[in-house]
Ligand binder design. Sequence first.
Ligand code: T4K
Length: 371
Amino acid sequence: MPQTPIYVTRPFLPPLDEFELYLKEIWQNKWLTNKGQFHEKLERALCDFLGVKHICLFANGTLALITALQALDIHGEVITTPFSFVATTHSLWWNGITPVFCDIEEETCNLDPHRIEAMITPLTSAILPVHVYGTPCNTKEIGRIAKDHNLKIIYDAAHAFGVKQGDSSICNAGDLSILSFHATKIFNTFEGGAIVCHTQEMKQRIDYLKNFGFADEVTVIGPGINAKMNELQAAFGLLHLKYMDEIFKEREEINTLYRKELENVPGIRFFSDLKNTNYNRSYMPIFVKKDKFGHSRDDLYNLLKSKNVFSRRYFYPLISSFSPYNKLIGASSENLPVAERIANEVLCLPIYNGLSSTEIKEICQLVINYC
Ligand code: T4K
């Protein structure tokens, strides 16, 4: 049993002395927020690193989602997944939009494109899918549906920093994609987020909206909000970005080791990797089948907790079961059989840079001994 608690994740922190150099510059500049130099540098650096055309930085991912919906003037109903962090649906609620829940596919835990069209009504204006755990949605089929029905697509790519299909960032799909740079994410700015968009006009609109709607000192283009990323966050992001290649590499190794250690445990399933996809391994989900494993997912969660290992049941309960959503269209268990089952089987094991192979083996041994 581990002597000290092992959490589901720990934030990456670069060497403090390297960050101090950035702090000195901020102190000299006396420019703390509102499009400071680090903000501008981080936007450019992220476009290069991710391979996207335009990016708008935000104070957090939730504000990025809320603003993305404003930027595209989304209204009425939006089809979305119940299997996500609650912020996905909250962003609709904060815009006065009605969420319509659609079931997910077992293989990816993402929106099932085959079930989307049945949920479309005359009020539907967009689809809000999530690349859960960084696994890409079926963007081709979702794109086809959106085109046929004249709907917008906003991808919640909060987990998908750096994920690619072929040579292209997953954030190039859809009309807009949002990222989260929260402390628990693979790339963090303590709190933070971004919207990825495809044109300069859209970037301009989003930049206005995140700054109260100001286009200049005397012009307000709409009811904007204060959602700006500050200079401390941006400077930290610039430094963090330098370490991304080694971060991806280490996480890939952790993923491989977990799979190797647990591959023969009956009742434990992993995702199969999609072809042609570069994963970021931001989460380490396993799926527990009680009849074969001998214990439920919750039993395993509690056993690990009692042994100092704090895995998490992302995403249980389903968003559709929370008030104020549980009476809405599509929120019933009958409409969401796959999501219901997955939410009761999934367990996210610890994964973060600095988690040692000894610790991983200890965690796996606890699972094996319990089987
Ligand atoms: N869309 C999706 C699909 C999302 O997953 C999220 C956020 C969003 C949108 C919204 O983006 P943001 O507005 O957050 O940028 C966490 C995060 O707070 C949340 O950002 C994240 N998704 C969600 C999946 O996970 P909790 O309640 O599980 O976090 P917490 O505080 O329990 O932290 C988990 C573990 O991480 C702790 O047990 C220990 C470790 N930890 C955490 C923090 C904050 C640290 O070691 N250091 C830290 O500073 O929600």
